[in-house]
Design a protein around this ligand. Sequence first.
Ligand code: FAD
Ligand code: SF4
Length: 465
Amino acid sequence: MAVNKQMEKTPMPEQEAAVRAGNFEEVALGYTEEMALNEAARCLNCKHRPCVSGCPVNVGIPDFIARIVEQNYEGAYDIIAKTSSLPAVCGRVCPQETQCEAKCVRGVKGEPVAIGRLERFVADRHMAQEKAAAVKLASNGHKVAVIGSGPSGLTCAGDLAKLGYEVTVFEAFHTAGGVLMYGIPEFRLPKEIVQREIDGLRELGVDIRTNMVIGKVLSLDELFEMGYEAIFVGSGAGLPGFLGIPGEGLLGVSSANEFLTRINLMKAYRDGYDTPVQRAKRVAVVGGGNVAMDAARCAKRMGAEDVYIVYRRGEEEMPARLEEIHHAKEEGVTFRFLTAPVAVHGDENGFVRALECERMELGEPDASGRRRPVPVPDSRFELEVDMVIAAIGNSPNPLIRTTTPGLEANRKGCLIVEEDTMRTTREGVYAGGDAVTGAATVILAMGAGKQAAASIDRYIREKSV
Ligand code: FAD
Ligand code: SF4
């Protein structure tokens, strides 16, 4: 088939900005078959496969795209599924523009092949089929515990179950899925997709126990005593950073974690659902990453008239994905670049009244190589808001580390593991995902879960001979 020389990606339809800012339905609507075929024909099937080296789990990208061209969509799915356990999730939320698509040769003179959109097309088509329930394998007689049901834990549990292990996932929340379920909003990643992955694991025989905070309800030592031969810690990085400015205790100040978790788990995203989640008219979100964009876009959908992103550096330095920034702007979020918060002011009842800010300018580069923001003298001003959301980063919760003898962490609280095996400093305990890297990405967490499952299998087999 002739290569499609079109310079731009085949556009993906999406809900109009004015409409979507008032609902939680998915923004991007996915390719039709015709669009997918058009886009797949842009791939050059390069011999040296640079896109594959840009993918953290090395999905066979040109191979799956070639199957699309042949209209062999299940063949395409099988290729992706060899290395990725959550294709419908990754096709939606992976930062392809800094990974596979950044390496695509079509990107040199035009736009890269829309690898993420094609992955989503293949995964959605596969999911839409009537599938036979997954078959639970006969037990190999060995038990493994997985702590946390985010992408790292789900992947590790799935891979081990497919090898015949009896796997129990212990999840602190009442709902499984980790950040996929309670962090990333419905309009970017519908919960139904995550739920289908979780249902699939249950069919494989994985026992998922919710409301189990490990380190409080049970310790790792107790899990070993219960007969689990190895433990995977995939407890994420759920401890939010705070602003450290006066007025942070006022009513109406929260972390983005808390705000997004409430919206997701108290079902504020459902039309007509009587949710207890607090609403506000004017909201300031402090931060410039994807979490800040999600919080701002959720605040809009919760009915706020004015939503500000307050970010201390310039637009070029913003760590959020370009697509998220673009979507937030289209939906009416106002960006206040080179602006830093200095205090939150309250009214006589203790509710937020305003966020006091000061203007910044960029000075010399700091340790990260980015130019350091420095305050402009006498530039303070007040932003009248009734809600302030801090989205300035997360770190791992210390609970498991502080209740497990022999488990070591670095100074940022991230568990220390051996790179190739994901083995921690405590025998039989493996870890991966944000608990090890600090806040990172779904694909990296999934890759770590896969690597850990392979190591746990080796460990238990060697121990059993
Ligand atoms: P998590 O997904 O955090 O899951 C950890 C699980 O462990 C949680 O369910 C938690 O409740 C549970 N847990 C914690 N402590 C205990 C305990 N003591 N006992 C039992 N269970 C416990 N990444 C992308 O690639 N693309 C995106 O677009 C993107 N957007 C994001 C948006 C938001 C709002 C957030 C917060 C993150 C986003 N990320 C994104 C990052 C990505 O979601 C994470 O990197 C990924 O989920 C990490 O997976 P994990 O399995 O390590 O941990
Ligand atoms: Fe196709 Fe781009 Fe990968 Fe080449 S680099 S094989 S064009 S996706």
